[in-house]
Design a protein around this ligand. Sequence first.
Ligand SMILES: [Ca+2]
Length: 264
Amino acid sequence: MKVLNTRGKLLAPVPLVAIAILSIGSRIGAVPDQNREIREAAISPLFSGRSAARTPDSFPLVGRRTEPFKVDPPAPTPTPPGGIIYVPLPRGPAIPPGKLDIVKTNVALASKGGIASASSQLDAMRTAGAAINGDRLGLHWGSDPSTGSGWCDATKGVYPDWLRVDFKGMKTIDEIDVFTAQDDVTAPLALTKDLTFTGYGITEFEVQYLNGSDWQTLPRRVSGNNLVWRRFNFLPVKTNAIRVLVKNALNDYSRIIEVEAWGY
Ligand SMILES: [Ca+2]
């Protein structure tokens, strides 16, 4: 299978796997206009290493192409696992030619150079750093923030509180995931997108990214939340820091187990 530009020139080798072009808002299984010319696209591996239940807008981003191109031959329907999916994007920063192999990772991780800070923290076991240690569950809450636990603020019943992560330099990100405290912090359950809380989670919050010296708030502000895991997908932005601004939570404190920022 080849990727051709509009003049038929081979642009890049593509693995012999199915290719689909998804128009904005379309879903897997509905693959319209396979040969339609698109001007800009995110190029993502389908079902590679992450949940097959993920929606097209949350696949790991591995690259972008800004030159008009089309796919030849048309993709089969439905697209089988292991295929590649081209998601047209209306705007956003472009990756230079030859950079199509960039893999999206969680750039907020301490192990990736992320540095966490917060408006306050309850104690040395529930630090901001516990929210970028790679543990999404909040294992052994209240002990060893380097391997588990999570962040808890120190201003009882007073909001807002914030948790900030500074990246190792400028990053291009298009997804942020926020995990709050589960009901049984001594025995957290396996995560699903439907897992709810009734005891300690954050109920009202905004996710922001730093644009120069200004915090830009993602369009979807959360209120009345009862989900442990909230994912935010957005058009790629280039930034060096993100922040979760908590405006209300159950049980008087803001508790965030982990915050992730996916990009490169
Ligand atoms: Ca954590």
